[in-house]
Design a protein around this ligand. Structure first.
Ligand code: ADP
Length: 761
């Protein structure tokens, strides 16, 4: 049974409830964010919360292994890798005698609700504890260790699981805690290896984690622009060595200076024999004569600071896990809190664990398609995209100039967004692989009006996947009426059959304008597809736009540093983020960086708000606080500017603390695109080309935009744009992320419910 939540529910006030939380199995980045969220959400609801240290062993040992948590106990942990409450692989937990001790120690503290963050093994243990609970109570009553009354007061164990696993192997959930950060590490390593490999024209075999799950390998191969990938779910058929060599040879012939093969640690052949990275290296060296090196990434994939996604998504999941337990009844089934796109999804715990453990069985039995299907449609689709992207030279030679071959132009418009280059590269290569002539328009609509259009070859876009900025150039200016004529002439002159525009609000506005001007300019009667690319994440028809995740990571990284810089003094920082009239970057970075106060354009700022904030700061610093972080969206208020707010807070501090303002500025638009943005750009490009092919094949000239809703890619007709956006504020009418405001309140001390004032972020 699954159940996706599109809204964040309120936490019921639950003063008599006691919740235990533990982390178990392999550690994963983002576990601390989840622990912090569980502790603070529970405290916000008036419940009591206990950390069980060192995994299940803490409750088997009892004593100091179970510790009541206060608000400040989880301060300053959001940005830390690993798990501050420790994790352990407890052998005793596998024995009934160990579980008996555990139940006894939990009941000593009156705990009958448990949240476990771990992998499928840990969740199996949790479910076992729940099913055995009544029997274990009888045994404890029988031996006189607990009273009959205690047993009657806690007849059942109520449980919720969160999945901490960098492998992203839980069937039914799109992402597990830690997977995004691990992908950051891998993709960054592949970027680094590519540059050295290209210098020497070398090949690299990169081994990544994933015993039964190829998520990290496949996604890293797509995001890192690799040539070949080996994953556990699809053991290659005999003769794969020759096919791999042929792929790599073709890539070299088409202009690649490096070759990268990504191998998941659990990859096998069809006989079940492991495919070792050393073996792949030998094959490449012997058959291709390539200078080939192996890099085994190992435990660095588990380490380091969690990514922005792993912080905000874990915070959201922690909140929902607490909600699950506060609303549970003694007969509630065990749930896992997973994700479906950007939504929380509640899964039946044992079904999810069973399905997850079924995948290796299917692989062993040779039922590869079923194993792939268990990983979900976007995994299967990424596999298809990777195959198409990495085999371009052959298909291009076979198909170009065929009857279905069209002239498709791609361009950017609006502000730069990291991932624009990834999209341009994917569009060019996928288009070429389908036999089209791909044209690049330089410098947005301004360039188009000047006829700045040229053919893009497979080689031209080499290396663009991981580049920030926009190689084709992008311009914010929308064309005036006079330029529309020049644009129509340029499209005619270049004999453009279809147009793809990757960009922000200005791109969408212009394409919408072109569709309404078709009667005057017949050249605009061509199928056109817009791809959302803007760090602001303010585009209609898509819950995510290319570039927003990278910007979020840049902001959160900057905020970590800002907080570290102020730790020696008593200081309030007011940090201004971009986003125009959309508060996405401000709210999400505020949650991910642990900000106390977040000012949004969507809510505005009143004088009463500022007066409240002044009192809050005084009281809080008076109680020993050292750092206060406020985030302000650049247009949160026309008059209460960042400078104004900083001055008000400083003036009213009476020397108790000082205030610094930081306007992050254009670094937010720069940087190498994050893995999420690269994958999003690649997936959007694939769907945009599919849509364009369909429109061209049926002689239609619709103008559409591609987008992501939950985890589905969809398209909307551009004529719907006025109904999807609020023209006055230039942002979508529906903004899914606004419901996370409630989560921010619960964990950030904005409305301080616990009796003790908070002192840390
Ligand atoms: P993961 O949770 O990452 O899959 P493990 O499989 O090692 O990692 O499980 C972590 C811990 O969860 C184990 O050391 C053990 O304490 C507990 N556990 C795992 N499987 C079971 C089980 N079948 N019964 C009871 N406890 C279990």
């Amino acid at each position: 049974m699954t159940d996706s939540d599109t809204v964040t529910p309120d936490l019921p006030l639950s003063p008599a409830v006691r919740i235990g939380i533990l982390t178990s199995g392999g550690d994963a980045q983002g576990m601390n964010a989840a622990v912090r969220s569980v502790v603070r959400s529970a405290l916000s609801a008036g419940a009591e919360v206990f950390a069980i240290l060192e995994g299940y062993q803490g409750m088997i040992d009892g004593g100091d292994g179970i510790r009541e948590m206060s608000w400040d106990d989880v301060g300053s942990i959001l940005h830390r890798g690993g798990t501050v409450i420790g994790t352990y692989r407890s052998a005793e937990m596998r024995e009934r005698a160990g579980r008996l001790k555990a139940v006894h120690h939990l009941l000593e503290r009156g705990i009958d609700r448990l949240i476990v963050i771990g992998g499928d093994g840990s969740l199996t243990g949790l479910n076992l504890l729940r099913t055995e609970w009544p029997g274990l109570l009888d045994e404890l009553v029988g031996s006189g260790q607990i009273s009959q009354q205690t047993a009657e007061e806690h007849p059942n164990l109520m449980i919720a699981g969160l999945v901490g696993s960098i492998d992203n192997d839980l069937v039914g959930s799109d992402m597990t805690i830690g997977a995004d950060t691990a992908l950051h590490h891998i993709v960054s390593a592949i970027d680094d290896l590519s540059s050295t490999a290209a210098s020497h024209q070398r090949s690299f075999v990169v081994e990544v984690m994933g015993r039964h799950c190829g998520y990290l390998a496949l996604m890293a191969a797509v995001a890192g622009g690799a040539d070949y990938v080996l994953v556990p779910e699809m053991p290659p058929a005999p003769g794969w060595e020759e096919r791999m060599c042929a792929e790599l040879r073709r890539g070299r012939q088409a202009g690649r200076r490096d070759s990268i093969v990504v191998v998941a640690e659990g990859a096998t052949d069809r006989e079940g024999n492991p495919i070792r990275s050393d073996y792949v290296r030998e094959v490449l060296t012997d058959r291709l004569g390539e200078d080939t090196r192996v890099t085994i990434l190992g435990h660095v994939q588990r380490g380091g600071k969690p990514s922005a996604y792993d912080r905000w998504a874990s915070t959201l999941q922690g909140y929902h896990a607490v909600h699950e337990l506060l609303t549970a009844t003694p007969d509630s089934p065990g749930r896992v809190i997973g994700t479906c796109g950007n939504r929380v999804r509640r899964l039946d715990l044992m079904t999810a664990v069973h399905d997850t453990q079924q995948v290796p069985v299917l692989i062993k039995e040779g039922r590869y398609d079923e194993a792939m299907a268990m990983r979900g449609s976007s995994f299967t689709e990424m596999d298809a995209i990777f195959t198409e992207l990495s085999e371009p030279a052959r298909t291009a030679a076979e198909l170009s100039g065929g009857p279905d071959s069209k002239r498709i132009a791609i361009m950017h418009a609006g502000g730069p967004a990291p991932g624009m280059n990834t999209a341009a590269q994917a569009l060019a290569r996928l288009g070429i692989s389908r036999g089209h002539t791909m044209l690049g328009i330089r410098n947005g609509f301004v360039g188009l009006a000047k006829g700045d259009i040229g053919e893009l070859t497979w080689e031209d876009v080499e290396g663009w996947t991981g580049e920030g900025g926009a190689e084709l150039g992008t311009r914010r200016e929308m064309p005036g009426t006079g330029e529309l004529y020049a644009i129509s002439r340029a499209l005619e002159d270049a004999r453009v059959d279809g147009l793809i525009v990757v960009g922000g609000y200005a791109a969408y506005d212009t394409v919408h304008c072109m569709t309404t001007e078709r009667d005057r300019y017949p050249a605009f009667h061509i199928p056109t597809v817009c791809l959302p690319a803007s760090i602001d994440n303010n585009l209609p028809g898509s819950e995510f736009s290319i570039g927003a995740d990278t910007a979020l990571n840049v902001i959160v990284d900057a905020m970590d540093k800002i907080k570290e810089s102020g730790i020696a003094s008593r200081r309030c920082f007011v940090v201004e983020t971009m986003g125009k009239t959309c508060g996405y970057l401000a709210l999400m970075s505020g949650i991910a960086a642990g900000a106390e106060r977040i000012y949004l354009n969507e809510e505005g700022i009143s004088l009463d708000d500022l007066a409240h904030d002044v009192h809050w700061l005084r009281e809080s610093f008076g109680n020993g606080r050292r750092i206060f972080l406020a985030v302000r969206n650049e247009t949160a208020s026309q008059n209460y500017t960042t400078d104004f707010i900083a001055k008000v807070l400083e003036e009213e501090s009476h020397g108790m603390y000082d205030v610094r303002q930081v306007v992050l500025g254009h670094i937010q638009q720069g940087g190498s695109p994050s893995p999420f943005d690269r994958l999003l750009a690649t997936q959007f490009s694939y769907h945009a080309l599919n849509l364009l092919d369909e429109l061209l094949a049926t002689d239609r000239d619709d103008a559409c935009c591609i987008g992501l809703s939950e985890s589905e890619i969809q398209s909307n007709n551009m004529l719907l744009m006025p109904s999807l956006v609020d023209v006055g504020t230039r942002r979508p009418r529906e903004q899914w992320w606004l419901h996370l405001r409630k989560v921010a309140h619960a964990v950030s001390d904005e409305v301080r419910q616990p009796p003790n004032p908070s002192q840390s972020a």
